[in-house]
Every structure is written in structure tokens, then in C-alpha cells.
Design a protein around this ligand. Sequence first.
Ligand SMILES: C[S@@+](CC[C@H](N)C(=O)[O-])C[C@H]1O[C@@H](n2cnc3c(N)ncnc32)[C@H](O)[C@@H]1O
Ligand code: SF4
Length: 431
Amino acid sequence: MLTLLRFARFYAEIKANGSCRSLKPRLIQRLYRTLRALPVREDHSSSTAFILTLESWLAHGEFDKVLAASADETDLRIQDVKFRAQHYRTHGIPDISAMGFELRGKTCSIPFSKLDVLPSGTCHLCCAVWQRQPVGNIFRQSINDVWNSSEAREIREGVNDGTFRYCGKQLCALIAARTLPVHEQTQVLSVGPKHFNLSYDRSCNLSCPSCRSEKIMEAGAKRLFLEKMTNDKILPLLKTGESVHITGSGDPFASYAFRHLLQSLNSKDYPALRIRLMTNGLLLTEAEWEKFSHLHGMIAAVNVSVDAVKPETYAIVRRGGDLNTLIPNLEFIGRLRTARAIDRYLLAFVVQTANFREMPDFIQLARRVGADQVHFQRLVDWNSMNPDDFHSASIQTREHPEHAEFMDTIRRPEFSDPFVVHEFAELLEGD
Ligand SMILES: C[S@@+](CC[C@H](N)C(=O)[O-])C[C@H]1O[C@@H](n2cnc3c(N)ncnc32)[C@H](O)[C@@H]1O
Ligand code: SF4
């Protein structure tokens, strides 16, 4: 009876925590102390019950079971318990008082210098996929109210105290790759953001199934609203900016708002600003590049998402696109890179069941077109696919029937070359 009561109390606390942040260290420590003295209670009836199960496995030293568990990885409590399982397996079990502070002494400059602007003006201090807590709305509040909001301060406090409680510890590449620097910083900032990730317009010429279920092209009043916000809110902000990433939401060359933004930027009014373009590349022809000649010299990087080497795979994973249209554009961007018209040229690939066998050839393609690097990304659940389709596409999960073949692929020697960056280091740990 007492055991059931304890489980019920923990259940309520885990549920009340919400999924946008990891559990507080004090709760993590109490869970560990209590659950290791109780028999494991396996319960899959809800996400909260399953988190309690994962904490219970962790307390009993069943780290592999925690890591192999199939669970909603957008939930930061789940990312955190998996991160601790990985950490304890590699470094041993720490003092209970240190649990929840595994990243103490590390820092990250991103929430202190960067603003991500999403559709409707909602802002985050890092990528919203793994830092899900919004800090305000730039279309409704002043920049300082957003930049130093109570949510922003709490996120920064989480970096300073080593809990990184608002950071997705599995999905953030810096945490996953263990490359966070050591440093101390404060929460309230008198200097505004210098780095921007503009993701407030989802308009795109494609409808990749990983990203969306149907094509999105903002029109009418919404299009006018986004253009007005670009003029009133975004362009003034960028005057003191050092870098702007366009875009994580749609396509810079398909969106009217982003095209308008690109037309409006120039090196005289935005002297320090460097532009990083992320695009599907289909519209980035030589003629298009010339339309933006006023930006030449300001483009720090062009990142093209390709995801396939065979036209028939491309047509599936990049729905609405044709690889034969893209290849000349990739070659053209390669020539821009050779001529030093851009500083960096990256090709990206979201790894899925449909395309993982093409990863080695993709590395060859990237070398042939003159890219600096390829980036193999993890498929994340963006709610664009139905759950069954997402599970069958998630080749990175250990229980996937073709996972072993995927692992053999990423163990090939070319995947250790610095030319290749991938987000699967954690799967290779212990190899
Ligand atoms: C949403 S796109 C926007 C920029 C541009 N349209 C493009 O495709 O590169 C930004 C990046 O997210 C990637 N992406 C799309 N769906 C994803 C998913 N479910 N998980 C992880 N990354 C995804 C894209 O491949 C691309 O590299
Ligand atoms: S091209 Fe980019 S924004 Fe467009 S649907 Fe595909 S991933 Fe999404």
C-alpha cells in the first residue's frame, strides 16, 4: 500500500512538471533514492507512468533498457533520463546529490546570444525542436521584454546551474556530441541578441513528409502580415546582428516574407551581418543568385537539404521535388564556393528507412559538387507523419528491424572522416 502511494506521489509530481523541461534535480534524486529500494514497476499506460518506469530501471542500473526504450523523444523528461542512463553507463553512478547536474561546469552561449523567431512571432532561445519553452512573442512584445522575459532568464539559469533543464539532451547536437564549453554567464543581458534564426514563415515549394503533411504557401492576409512584421520587427533587429539563419521553417526562396527580407538586406545598413541560407536548393539557380546580387559578399553559408541520391527516393522524401532539377543547382553552388563567393557549403540529409542505404553515395555526391561537409541528421517527430509511418521511418531506433544494417552503414570508414558530420555518435558509443 505504502509503495503504491509513493508511486502515486511521484506520478503526480512528474505529470505536474510538464514535458518542456526535465525533472528538477531534487525530484530526480528522491526518485533514485526511493526507486532503487522498491521493485521495478513496469507501466506503459501513459507517458507519465512510462517515465516513472524509466526512472525505476535507471535506479536499478538497467541503463541499456532505458536507452533502448521506445518513447516520445520530444518529451524533455525522457531525453533527460536517457541522457543520465548514457552518462552513468559511461562515467559510473555519481553521488546522489550530483544527480540532475551532470552538465555542471559546462555552458552554452546560444541562449545568451541567439533568438529563433517562429510562425506568429513566438520566440525561443535555441531551436524549438529541443528547447520547447517559448520566451515571448516578438510580434506582440518589445524585444527587451522577450529577450529578458522570466522564461528566458530561467532557461539561462538552467545553463548556469548545470541542469540544462530546458534543453533536449538527446536532440541538441552540442550536448549529444559532448562539446559544450566550460564557462559561467549571467541571466539578464543588457546587450541584445546577435544571432538570429528566422523560422516564422513555413511557406515552401515542397511538402517533405518528414516536415509536413501538405504543401504550405502563406497567402492573402497572412502573407501581408508576415511582410509587415518583417519590416516592423525583424529588419530593425538585424541592424546590430552578426548572423542570420534563413530558415528552419520553410524555404528562403519560396517564402514571400523571406524573399522580401533578402531583398531588403544590404551591407551598408547591416554592416556586420552574415547570412546563412538553409534551402532545399530547387529554386537557387544561377538566375536566382543574380537577383540577389546586392547580398553577394554577405553569404556566410549555403546549406542544402538533399536527403537522397536516387531520383525515385528524392521524389518520396522530398515530395514535390525533382533531383534532376536540383543537381545543376548543387553544381552551381559548388562553383560559387570554389570562387569564394560563399564561405561554406553544406549538404544535409535527414536519415530515414527510405534513404539510409544511399548515405555512402551521398558523401560521394557532396564531394563531387564541391561541398565542404555533409550533415546526416536524425529524423525527429514533427507530427507530420502518422505514428506508424514515423516508427517505420525511424531507422535510428534500436528496435527497428533494419537497424543493424543502418549501424553497419555508419560504421564504414568514410563516416569517420571530418567531411562527414552525423548525429548518431551516441549509437556508436561502446563500439
Ligand atoms: C524544415 S527545413 C527548412 C529549410 C529548407 N526548406 C530545407 O529543406 O533545408 C530545415 C531542416 O529540417 C530538416 N528536417 C525536415 N524534417 C525533419 C525531421 N522530421 N526531423 C529532422 N529534421 C528535419 C530538413 O531536411 C532541413 O535540413
Ligand atoms: S523543403 Fe524544407 S521546409 Fe520544405 S517541406 Fe521540405 S523540409 Fe520542410
